[in-house]
Design a protein around this ligand. Structure first.
Ligand SMILES: Cc1cc2nc3c(=O)[nH]c(=O)nc-3n(C[C@H](O)[C@H](O)[C@H](O)COP(=O)(O)OP(=O)(O)OC[C@H]3O[C@@H](n4cnc5c(N)ncnc54)[C@H](O)[C@@H]3O)c2cc1C
Length: 301
């Protein structure tokens, strides 16, 4: 994530000139404000603005005139109640705006989350940088034999080198041709909006991404999950840490009632009750399909 000296100076200057405010401030989030956190080989996440804190959630839930804080313990209890009962709108009162630098194939997954506001770097207007995602050795893996939507054994030795060389060579050749096609250096060439079409999906793009806390948590639930692709998970894991620092009570409730919680179908609940009563249950007698049964057993043994 190499920033230019100019970019770093801008960030340093923003952090060096704090202003007094009457607005709610989260001390944990203040520490993150503007700071770029590296992700993957050239990516980053940084918070450029935010609104609200744990108390703002309680304030909205109580529709109160003041800070809404009766006591930290009361607030935590209320936040946990709201999360447990899917009373979600108070969480929408907090907002955050991220600056994210990410490979285009990750951006394609990320953009499916429609409940955010996005502004992306324009490759019609600007020339893209020569920056491509190349997986670290432990992420160069073969197709999973069990999961059609996942990766399996990590590549080693010559095979790892072979695919890495192909990825690097293709990226460099595409970028060389991109540069050679652009209308610049005295040639007629192609407009930026057209020349970019030969660039591979591992080139980096950037955007500002603004979302409320409720929808951010939904994003994190899906993308910081073991089923999500590693590359988007790397971003989501980091954003979990930032969110924990921003709204610790809300994040802890989210972790307990969403992320680390287990949901049961009607058949699953019935099977569990029968098992607790001493009955031996099989997939055939459980009323569950083979896949649901496997998932049930993975959690309950
Ligand atoms: C592990 C994993 C695998 C995936 N695989 C695929 C795949 O193979 N192919 C594929 O195309 N996608 C895939 N997706 C993307 C997935 O289907 C969702 O599009 C994505 O996760 C965004 O979720 P969302 O719609 O809930 O989020 P958001 O767009 O942020 O929406 C949040 C919530 O708002 C509501 N909402 C938003 N917009 C509408 C609307 N127009 N109408 C009704 N309700 C709305 C819904 O309740 C929704 O859950 C995958 C996602 C994950 C996490």
């Amino acid at each position: 994530m190499p920033l230019t000296a100019e970019q770093q100076a801008e960030i340093d200057q923003q952090r060096a000139t704090p202003r007094q405010t009457l607005r709610a401030v989260s001390e944990g989030m203040e520490a993150h404000l503007y700071v770029p956190h590296p992700v993957l080989d050239h990516g980053l996440v940084r918070v450029v603005d935010y609104m609200g804190d744990d108390a703002a959630i309680c304030q909205a839930a109580r529709v109160s005139y003041g800070t809404g804080t009766k006591s930290v313990q009361n607030d935590e209890g209320l936040i946990r109640y709201l999360m447990r009962h899917w009373h979600s709108t108070p969480f929408e009162m907090c907002e955050v705006k991220f600056h994210v630098k990410l490979p285009v194939f990750v951006a394609r997954q990320w953009i499916r989350h429609r409940t955010a506001n996005v502004n992306e770097y324009s490759a019609r207007y600007s020339i893209l940088d020569r920056e491509f995602y190349l997986p670290a050795p432990d992420q160069l893996a073969a197709q999973s034999a069990q999961n059609n939507q996942g990766r399996g054994e990590v590549l080693a030795g010559d095979e790892a080198q072979r695919v890495l060389d192909l990825l690097r060579e293709d990226a460099m050749r595409s970028y060389d041709h991109y540069e050679a096609m652009l209308s610049q250096d005295g040639q007629q060439g192609l407009a930026r909006e057209l020349a970019r079409m030969n660039l591979p999906a591992n080139i980096y793009t950037q955007w500002y991404w603004k979302v409320d806390l409720h929808n951010l948590l939904h994003f994190l639930r899906l993308r910081a999950d073991a089923h999500a692709q590693y590359e988007i998970r790397a971003y989501a894991d980091l954003m979990c840490d930032i969110t924990r620092d921003w709204v610790p009570a809300a994040f802890n409730a989210f972790r307990d009632y969403r992320m680390d919680a287990v949901s049961l179908s009607a058949q699953g609940a019935a099977a569990l009750k029968r098992r607790l009563a001493g009955e031996a249950i099989t997939q055939e007698t459980s009323g569950m399909g083979a896949r649901e049964w496997r998932e049930f057993q993975a959690v309950w043994g």
